[in-house]
Write a protein that binds this ligand. Structure first.
Ligand code: AMP
Length: 344
């Protein structure tokens, strides 16, 4: 267990969508395949993050197990001995470390998080929980407990990765320079995942907003469980613009740029190359058809793999991983407790 760690998590607060897959799952699965044997891979369900905004709690437990199956359908090889899958709430050290980190995180820092500000403005003042405000500290604990250097996440999480670095550096400075492994900075994270830039898939209906499971936007969101034909209709109905010429430009042509980004990730080519191929073409419908076709093939393949997931194997791996992670996380928490003076 001395290998450097790549870690990512996907919340179980609804069905996962194409943005989750392209921003969080795909890079993890690609990195696992590329670095098998060299890195430890932690892919977990941050279940305590699931109700920072209101959810149907009656469905949560099943969604957690479903999320784990989605990891396997996405291509995560759970037979790999350096790969661990776990549920955050089954490793209680996450919560304990959060409290310690909270006391070294500033009110002003958390108040500046744009994810918090966006969600808070949608929810209205009375419904904003302290959990929504504080979740970046829990995310920092999720990362720092396992000394993860690389954390493949979508661009929406960039600020939280930067905050995690700030907290780790601050505490290393105060207590011991080796207390935490500081995660790589954002540009290095993006380069490690072999992306041109951070990935932020937009709503097909409102391409200035990210594709999201918490927004009530069914026509703008492709769920991983959508029937392939229904997904094709959503792509063909995607909002574009009236400029009439394809050009990758997030500001002037957000809808077209979103389609180019989805296409590049699904066919596993650099965004710059795909943008060059389509640049100057005038038939938006040809681009939509190309994207729709790739999405259809992807969903068909994904859903076939999902139906074939062996639940018994998954649960066996899950329990073994959680047993080990409690040990690893417990040892690291103890060192942090010592550093802050809670243990001899
Ligand atoms: P969450 O749904 O907030 O738990 O996010 C799980 C993962 O999906 C994280 O890596 C996010 O950065 C990523 N993600 C969520 N929405 C998008 C999106 N629209 N585009 C790209 N990545 C996303």
């Amino acid at each position: 267990m001395n290998k450097p760690v790549i870690l990512t998590g996907l919340r179980a607060n609804g069905e996962l969508h194409l943005g989750n897959y392209l921003g969080g799952m795909l890079p993890m699965v690609q990195l696992q395949a590329k670095y098998a044997g060299e890195y430890q891979v932690n892919m977990f369900v941050p279940d305590l993050h699931s109700f920072t905004t209101p959810i149907d709690h009656g469905k949560l437990y099943l969604q957690i197990v479903q999320n784990l199956k989605l990891f396997v359908a996405a291509g995560l090889d759970i037979s790999n001995d350096d790969t661990y899958i776990y549920r955050q709430s089954y490793v209680p050290m996450h919560s304990e470390l959060t409290w310690i980190l909270d006391c070294f995180t500033y009110f002003g820092e958390l108040s500046r998080m744009t994810e918090f500000k966006d969600k808070a403005s949608r929810l209205g003042h009375e419904s904003i929980s302290v959990g929504l405000y504080n979740y970046p500290a829990l995310m920092a604990a999720d990362i720092l407990l396992y000394a993860a250097k690389y954390v493949p996440v979508g661009d929406d999480q960039r600020q939280h990765i930067e905050l995690t670095r700030d907290i780790a550096l601050r505490m290393n400075n105060k207590f011991n320079k080796d207390l935490f492994v500081v995660p790589a900075e954002w540009t290095e994270q993006v380069a490690f995942a072999e992306r041109d830039a951070g990935v932020r898939i937009k709503s097909l209906r409102n391409p200035t907003k990210k594709m999201s499971k918490s927004i009530d936007d069914p026509a703008g969101t492709i769920l991983l469980t959508d029937a392939p034909e229904a997904a094709v209709k959503k792509i063909m109905g995607a909002e574009t613009d009236s400029l009439g010429v394809i050009h990758y430009d997030i500001e002037a042509q957000p809808g077209i740029s979103n389609l180019l980004q989805i296409l590049a990730l699904l066919i596993n080519e650099p965004l710059s190359r795909v943008a060059d191929t389509w640049d100057g073409k005038t038939a938006y419908s040809d681009l939509k058809k190309a994207v729709a076709n790739e999405v259809k093939v992807f969903l068909h393949d994904f859903q076939t793999k999902l139906a074939a997931v062996n639940e018994a194997d998954l649960l066996r791996k899950l329990e073994a991983s959680e047993f080990l992670m409690r040990d690893v996380a417990g040892q690291r928490l103890y060192k942090i407790q010592q550093a802050v003076g809670l243990r001899p």
